[in-house]
Ligand binder design. Sequence first.
Ligand code: GLU
Length: 286
Amino acid sequence: MPPVFRFAPSPNGYLHLGHALSAILNFDMAKAAGGRFLLRIEDIDATRCRPEYEEAIYEDLAWLGLSWEEPVRRQSQHLDAYRQARDRLDAMGLLFPAFESRGEIARLAGERAFWPLDPDGAPLYPGEGKMLPDEERRRRIAAGAPYALRIDMDKAIARAGALHWQESGRGPGGESGIVTADPRAWGDAVLARKEVPTSYHLSVVVDDTLQGVTHVVRGVDLFWSTSLHRLLQSLLGLPAPLYHHHRLVLDADGRKLSKSTAATALRALRQAGATPDAIRAMVGLG
Ligand code: GLU
């Protein structure tokens, strides 16, 4: 079976040089390995994703000289698959509804000294919702309260045991080879919400399996997400792909590029006369 690589952008802004590095690396590695290259549109966040950004992804990647298999998987069309995975975790007793807003969690965490943050910098869930009796949960849900479905991390870890992954790139601290997953760093992470039956973390593991992805090549900013992905794969009985996290493209101030910075958008560079070869050189793949 040929290896399967994927580039999985979210259409919530224009692609920039960091995306170019990731997309080209995936494409080149697939080619070198005689493998397949897939494009996946991660558009579950309906409030931030726009059709014009999706069109721009196809245009920018084609301009870079990349080609991918059709049809492209668009996550918004597969909510049922994610709902099934959510329901399986729920049936295992691993999910609970948490009714606090992000602001309330920040406030609760702020009241305690040295409250830990998750790898994305958000305060860990303080755990209040785990104490609510079932009856009270049902009452609030019936009353239409918004909620997030969180994973009970202690229960999940007890069930999954120790987890590892094979890393051929490098983590932020130089991690390489067999890396020990640390899902506890995410606390009781959000896996779904009242109005959306999934989250980035849940969709990505479901899709990587359904698409037969064997090699996940992505930016090092997602390195610690892999801990949570390995946990979900283990709980759902899904195979673990190989992982390769690559360096990020930084701006002149040494910061990670953002979709809101127009200057490093691929279309701005193209309009300014850059060629696909120049883009390769700019991301250090010359
Ligand atoms: N959709 C994610 C992003 O835009 C990438 C997902 C992944 O490669 O696992 O950053």
